[in-house]
Design a protein around this ligand. Structure first.
Ligand SMILES: Cc1ncc(COP(=O)(O)O)c(C=O)c1O
Length: 453
């Protein structure tokens, strides 16, 4: 094999100390903190290596064995493996592994089954739905007529409302999926409603793909026509996405898989990211192993233990608990719009979460009244129920310390106020004590000990 070191130095460290320092800082941040944003994870070294492979050099517009460029025999091989593994893992007849990420995958579904101006339904964003399911500032509401549905005060999707709206508005497409939903998705019921009005039913399993793969959440495959997912959340792969067509989808429209493929290329994208495809293939190989089901079940067990501890320590949770990998803390007992202060405090204590709206949030998406957090990444690091108890107590201490102390002004000085209390929050004695305990815990669960940047 040619010796490329003659032409290139081998590492970022040697060629670009500036970027190398930033990457090392990020490894340190991850290693010394608890990553609890539920859409994040820690990929294996194998996934990282495949992602950093020479496939990044290649162009391969088209699909395996039908490319517009030469030299694609290895890309064909790796994309075919990714497709076959996706089909096997989820039990579907067709998979497209080329979407650059989750949002373009969802756009492709609209492109395949709707015409501009058609009516679509999805879970309202402040109720936990995703931007691409019809939120007003997104393409999905600008080019389609969006009729959002909601969750009930108990946190469950309001199926009566969905049925009523579907019969009234006759949507072309109904979405099920969310970025902030703590209960098992009612795929069966929503699939029945879609059938009643002859709509396409799309399940966006971005958050829970890993749980479904590991039999820790019901699968939408018998009920949905098409399934989209990101590959970088509970599935624990590189950033990327897949679109799967089910047997039910092919029965409704035998051309559906072809329409999806054509929507991705040439409809929306050019060359696929082949390094990403290689890393998705490795991810799916990992997810097919029995250990992955153990991991998926541990994510849920950890999340249950975390929720129980937080509730025992005076923290209110949306829906009083969770069936999946995430929890939504409801901060409204302390007032409205408190998410920003609690996120700031947890960040300072090296517990990374995000502020989030809660159902019927009295505040706004930018200053919401909740916190979203979850267990996929800390479970990957090997933490179990005992650690969840510690973490749940620390989170509760910080919530109960910080949320009552700070009140968002009603007028336009919100951001100035938040900036003015930042250093006080950071230096709060409880926050500082929790931070040192978090760092001690993290030392016991190391991350990427062999990385060298
Ligand atoms: C349910 C759901 N769908 C789609 C997406 C979009 O994925 P991406 O951020 O990769 O575009 C997300 C991301 O948060 C999501 O939660």
């Amino acid at each position: 094999m040619a010796d490329l070191t003659k032409f290139f130095n081998s590492s970022v460290k040697q060629t670009d100390p500036e970027v190398s320092t930033i990457i090392r800082n990020e490894i340190k941040r991850m290693a010394e903190g608890l990553e609890m944003i539920p859409s994040e994870n820690v990929v294996s070294l194998a996934v990282l290596n495949a992602l950093g492979s020479v496939f990044t050099n290649k162009y391969s517009e088209g699909y395996p064995h039908k490319r517009y460029y030469g030299g694609n025999e290895n890309v064909d091989a790796v994309e075919t493996i990714a497709i076959e593994r996706a089909k096997k893992l989820f039990g579907v007849p067709h998979a497209n592994v080329q979407p650059y990420s989750g949002s373009p995958a969802n756009l492709a579904v609209y492109f395949a089954v709707c015409e501009p101006g058609d009516t679509v339904m999805g879970l309202n964003l402040p109720d936990g739905g995703h931007l691409t399911h019809g939120w007003k500032v997104n393409f999905s509401a600008k080019y389609y007529k969006s009729v959002p549905y909601h969750v009930k005060p108990d946190g469950y999707i309001d199926l009566d409302e969905v049925r009523k709206l579907a019969h009234e508005h006759k949507p072309k497409l109904i979405w099920c999926g969310a970025t902030a939903y703590v209960r098992e998705f009612p795929f069966k019921e929503l699939g029945e409603i879609a059938d009643e009005v002859n709509a396409y039913f799309a399940a966006d399993i971005a958050h829970i793909a890993g749980l479904i793969a590991g039999n820790a959440h019901v699968s939408p495959v018998p009920y949905a026509h098409v399934i989209t997912t990101t590959t970088h959340k509970t599935l624990r792969g590189p950033r990327g996405a897949m679109i799967m067509t089910t047997q039910k989808g092919l029965s409704k429209d035998p051309q559906l898989a072809e329409k999806i493929d054509r929507a991705i290329f040439p409809g929306l994208q050019g060359g696929p990211h082949d390094h990403q495809t290689a890393a998705i293939a490795v991810t799916l190989g990992e997810a097919l192993k029995p250990e992955f089901a153990v991991y998926a079940k541990q994510i849920v067990a950890n999340n249950k233990a975390l929720g129980k501890t937080m509730m025992e320590n005076e923290v209110k949770l949306v829906s009083n608990g969770s069936d999946n990998h995430m929890q939504l803390i409801d901060l409204t007992p302390f007032g409205k719009g408190k998410g920003v202060f609690v996120q700031e405090a947890l960040d300072a204590a090296h517990i990374t979460v995000n502020k989030n709206t809660i159902p019927a949030d009295p505040s706004s998406p930018f200053y919401p009244s909740g916190i979203r957090l979850g267990t996929p990444a800390i479970t990957t690091r090997g933490m179990k129920e005992n650690e969840m108890e510690l973490i749940g107590k620390w989170i509760a201490e910080i919530v109960n310390e910080i949320a009552p102390k700070y009140n968002l002004p009603e007028d336009k000085t919100k951001s100035e106020y938040v900036a003015s209390v930042q250093s006080e929050i950071k230096n709060n004695a409880v926050v500082q004590r929790v931070k040192s305990e978090v760092m001690k815990l993290c030392e016991k669960f190391p991350l990427y000990t062999t990385l060298d940047y």
